[in-house]
Design a protein around this ligand. Sequence first.
Ligand code: ATP
Length: 477
Amino acid sequence: MPNSSALRDALNQSPNNLSLLLLYGRACLEELHLDEAREIFTRALEQDPEQTDAQLGIAKVSFMEGNTSGAAVRAERVLFLEPDNVQAHLLLSRVFLSEEDRAKAIEHFDRAAQIDGTMSDPALERELGRTARDARKTTPAPAPEPVNQEPPPSGNDQDEFFDDPFDEPPYDWRPETFYAPGDPERGRVTFADVGGMEELKEEIRLKITYPLQFPDLYKAYGRKTGGGILIYGPPGCGKTLMLRAVAGEVPCNYLAVGLHEIFDPYFGSTERNLHQIFETARANAPCVLVFDDLDSLAQDRRQIRESQMRNLVNQFLHEMDGIRSENQRILVIGATNQPWALDPAFRRPGRFDQAIFVPPPDAPARAQIIELFAKDKPIAEFDNAELIEATNGFSGADLKWVFDRAAELALSAAIHTGQPVPITLELLLAVAKAHSPSTQTWFEGMNTHAKQQEGPDSIFNDMRKFLNAPSNSKTER
Ligand code: ATP
């Protein structure tokens, strides 16, 4: 969505452009400039009183202002004109939810999910205790009856007391990215698909897999389950892949937290969403909770200006403490490529207990990754020692690029000669030699941050140790 000031400038040049009015109205809505949004959508309706996007825009403004009946009337009008309008169904679902009519709220939500197979609305799903995936599995219901049989009026709203729809705790809510063991949608990536990272794999097994396999042994040794692991390192070295592999590996519930499930444009109740995510994990323990791009949620509070973001970080810290005291059977894994941007409080004992550096793969890890990428490809027999040597400093993503590019070249040759052309060692070496490791800029940035850091910091020490090892000198170029 373009930002509203650019659109306002464009609109000043062309004040009656309906498309621009709608775009600007939506931008105002997103930025919560409600008065401005209402005025713009009203101008759009003056041009075309049946314009459903404008009707819906005003309905959303009314809802955000607490005028639920005004919102309902507008949304009903939209459905009268366009019975399959997904946004109108979702808004009506919210309206009914705020009026404590769950059945009607679910009816409209299901309808929206069935009309649009890609629809997802984490905040609403949480409130309803129902996912769009579940809704699609139910038999499509006939379109919900409109409240008024007469075409709903398109007139002005009436003010009404606003009941906070987030007042009630969620009803057995689980995000779409919550997977129980055996869930067919959980994914098939396992640790075998991740080259290297042996320390990390073992740490995850120790903290969640073995305690489930050998509960008596853990009891006998007084060892607890769960905790927090922070994984950090340059981009493309397999952190995200590793988080996906955890789903395929651990014999317990798994919840991958998406940022869209936390940030809530409607009510700004991001702290509460985060709390509910942790509550879901606690209610379904043993559970692994994974946060990719942790830095966007766990920022250093000294660098944050908005109080809402600061509150979120405080809430996150509080939830991590909850793991320590309330529930030992949750393992939280956070991944970031900007460890310096995290609030140092996350690294205190009891929160992210272990911080594990994921560097570019070393020679044995590269051997594993090369083997993984060579699998199922038309590759001529070769001794991979030379390729392992030539790719020192490469990330897993760089290695993938080498194989993809070599495959592309071999394929092109096969098409032009009409003969099968295998991917040879020479071709892989030529591609690798023309490529510089993508992690170089990251290490440069890391060095700058390390210089600014006061006092000893284990995170920077691990990274420096890695760089100072003679075999890794190429990475630092
Ligand atoms: P970012 O910090 O940018 O999110 P990342 O460290 O999470 O990067 P991934 O997204 O997991 O990196 O890696 C990109 C791709 O590179 C993977 O999907 C995979 O194909 C390949 N890859 C990277 N590391 C490995 C590895 N250790 N084993 C196998 N494949 C790897």
